[in-house]
Design a protein around this ligand. Structure first.
Ligand code: ARG
Length: 538
């Protein structure tokens, strides 16, 4: 209809012309023109059956690899050194990982970079605390806890005492000036933090190609700032250097500093250096930043500053397509009282504790349902369910809205949850355990036959897997995949209730077992793309 509008002709007439030149008879019933100019396509069941048969032969799983793969850099998780990873970092980690998995599945080249916060003014206080108050035993037992204690201690005394603030500043200056002792302590703080981050990442099944961190770009900051001044992009403002965005209406009132009046560089300066490095090193088509919504202004400024720089510097231009810069932001996690999610004593929730609790709660449920399973098996199932529930609860809401963290809801076996989908998967697997004789989708002989409406509905939904994955990659919205899988499980249930499988007559039985198998494969692959594991039995 929009085409008819631009051509200034009647949509129905345009529809008639389109239909006259359209040959889809192999896959569709005759195309009908309806209403104001709609075209109704009805897939022929044989065409559906052919696509399913090809999937059954293992030729595809309802998606295609991208015809022209692109290179995407994904900057996600990015916690700060010497601080515990808290529940706020979970969304970035889980969303970013899911986007990486989706793009990879579609055949794109993906580079993941954990941009950890390993530089900044907090190190002045940390160094001072380390030198004056470090408890080696505590450091050994819980490194991040001890570093956090030191930071809080100096921060609190510094508030009251000018001398402490000064001493911390001195330590920072020494670190920045390359003092050996301070550098050594700083490196140790990073190593200890990374060790703890890695434990969480391995629990979550998240991997990074690189963890350069902010400090990696330090040597580039001064020359970069000089260059921006020479190119007329940055200018002096009250003793500091700033970039102004006069021609961008929403940023007019929001210049960004790239050098403070004390000579220190900013978060923005580092991000510009990082962008330049990524562009020149990996030649990406897009760079995706996954952080919470409070950083929106920051990234608008970084992107706008970079565009100015690109205009002034041919070396930063991308010959084939414009570099896409995407800030994929998300809302907060709220407690059941609607306020930011905290522990009962009012502290931020540490990620490790949260994952422990998820597994414990899942273990209770699993043990109630299957008291006879051996404990190791129950624990393994609980691990998969607990982690899956937390991840899914994070991926399911529209990422830009806040969501309420509720253990009962996310662990429920009914409703749009990971356990429900994992359970749907095990139910299908159990059909195969009950099927007498061995059915093997790639080796058994059968013809896909689609007759019952529930069967056709399931087949069509399977076909939508690829479109869903593409939409996730295009709009950076894993919730599309969650909802797709939830609907798939629902469509499978109606199919299974209405179409006998094991009791069907032999020709139908093979076809329906194949439908079961394909549904299980898509469920498993879909969950895997969300970063969620499956088990054979729950
Ligand atoms: N470390 C930052 C934080 O915890 C996130 C960094 C995001 N990435 C970036 N390139 N700025 O808020």
């Amino acid at each position: 209809m929009s085409l008819a509008k631009t051509r200034k002709i009647n949509p129905r007439q345009l529809a008639t012309e389109v239909v006259a030149k359209l040959d889809v008879s192999e896959i569709c019933e005759p195309v009908e023109i309806a209403g104001a100019g709609f075209l109704n396509f009805r897939l022929k069941p044989v065409a559906l059956a052919q696509t399913l048969a090809a999937a059954a032969r293992g030729e595809h799983l309802f998606f295609e690899k991208a015809a022209s793969p692109k290179t995407s850099v994904i900057d996600f998780s990015s916690p700060n050194v010497a601080k515990p990873m808290h529940v706020g970092h979970i969304r970035s980690t889980i969303l970013g990982d899911c986007l990486a998995r989706t793009l990879r599945l579609l055949g794109h080249r993906v580079i993941t970079d954990n941009h950890i916060g390993d530089w900044g003014t907090q190190f002045g206080m940390l160094l001072l605390g380390w030198k004056q108050h470090l408890k080696p035993d505590a450091l050994q037992a819980d490194p991040i806890g001890e570093m956090e204690r030191l930071y809080k201690l100096i921060n609190a005394t510094g508030e009251a005492m000018e001398t402490v603030r000064d001493a911390a500043r001195q330590e920072l200056v020494k670190l920045q000036g390359g003092d050996e002792e301070n550098l050594k302590i700083w490196r140790e703080m990073i190593a200890l933090s990374e060790k703890q981050f890695d434990e969480i990442y391995s629990r979550l099944g998240v991997k990074f190609d690189h963890t350069f961190g902010e400090s990696y770009y330090n040597p580039r900051l001064k020359p970069l700032v000089d260059e921006l001044v020479v190119k007329g992009i940055a200018r002096e403002s009250e003793g500091a250097l700033a970039i102004f965005f006069e021609d961008t209406p929403q940023l007019k009132e929001h210049p960004t500093l790239i050098r403070k009046s004390d000579g220190g560089f900013n978060y923005t300066t580092t991000d510009l250096a990082t962008l330049e490095y990524r562009l020149k090193t990996w030649h990406p088509d897009e760079i995706i930043y996954v952080t919470d919504g409070r950083q929106q202004l920051h990234f608008q400024q970084v992107f706008a500053a970079f565009r100015k720089w690109q205009n002034a510097d041919p070396e930063l231009r991308t010959p084939n397509s414009e570099l896409k810069l995407a800030h994929v932001w998300f809302g907060s996690i709220l407690g059941e009282d609607g306020k930011p999610f905290k522990t009962r004593s009012g502290e931020t929730v540490k990620l490790a504790d949260l994952l422990d609790e998820a597994e414990e709660r899942a273990l209770k449920i699993v043990s109630e349902k299957n008291p006879d399973l051996p404990e190791t098996q129950r624990r393994e199932i609980a691990r998969v369910i607990g982690l899956g529930a937390v991840k899914y609860a994070d991926l399911l809401p529209n990422r830009q809205s806040d969501y309420v963290f509720s253990w009962d809801k996310m662990l429920a076996l009914q409703g749009n949850t990971a356990p429900y989908l994992q359970y749907a998967y095990t139910r299908i697997r159990s059909i195969f355990r009950k099927a007498e004789g061995t059915f093997n989708i790639q080796h058994s002989t059968f013809n896909i036959q689609l007759a019952a409406p529930e069967e056709i509905a399931l087949a069509k939904h399977l076909l939508n897997f690829g479109l869903t994955l593409e939409a996730v990659a295009e709009e950076y919205r894993p919730n599309f995949l969650c909802n797709y899988l939830f609907e798939l499980a629902g469509k499978f249930t109606s199919f299974y209730e209405n179409c006998p499988v094991l009791k069907a007559e032999p020709t139908m039985r093979g076809s329906r077992l194949a439908m079961c198998d394909l549904t299980a494969q898509v469920l498993k692959k879909g969950l895997e793309t969300l970063g969620i594991e499956t088990v054979e039995q729950m």
